[in-house]
Design a protein around this ligand. Structure first.
Ligand code: CMP
Length: 140
């Protein structure tokens, strides 16, 4: 296993319910370090660019509208096997399929309002981290 970095987003359904601390606690207690973090409101253009890979999917428009509906918290996590560990702690995309004890099982409202996003590979993590953070904003 290697020390990796991954991008996490706490989504508008979770910031609306004041769950930022509760969600961060799950990641930190599993050994991931939050080495960068900021709260911001995505514009429609930025949401569309971030999720461009899903452009042809039927849920793309609704997803971009949801992601601009309130503040998000974008974060960089660092740790052993951070990409896979983050995904394990989040649980399956659809909360109905998420394992017990995962963030999405416990907090998600729906497949769209599923509380958190995490990069799905080390390669995508690099692109997604660079989308939100400059090198100087990441303090390991
Ligand atoms: P996320 O990990 O942010 O990546 C894409 C998002 O699209 C996903 O989480 C969900 O919030 C959202 N989404 C909405 N509908 C679907 C769907 N049917 N399948 C996959 N993702 C969906």
């Amino acid at each position: 296993m290697a020390i990796e970095r991954t991008l996490s987003i706490i989504k508008p359904d979770a910031t609306r319910r004041n769950l930022t601390g509760a969600i961060n606690q799950r990641f930190e207690s599993a050994g991931l370090r939050i080495v960068a973090q900021k709260r911001l409101r995505l514009t429609r253009e930025r949401a569309e660019a971030f999720y461009e890979v899903h452009k042809e999917r039927p849920f793309y428009g609704d997803l971009c509208a949801f992601m601009t509906s309130g503040p998000v918290v974008v974060q960089v996590f660092e740790g052993e096997d951070a990409v896979a560990k983050n995904r394990e702690i989040m649980g399956a995309t659809n909360p109905a399929e998420a394992a017990d004890g995962t963030i999405r099982k416990d907090f998600a409202e729906s497949i769209e309002a599923n509380s958190v996003h995490g990069s799905d590979s080390a390669e995508n993590a690099k692109t997604e981290i660079a989308f939100f953070f400059s090198d100087g904003e990441i303090v390991g």
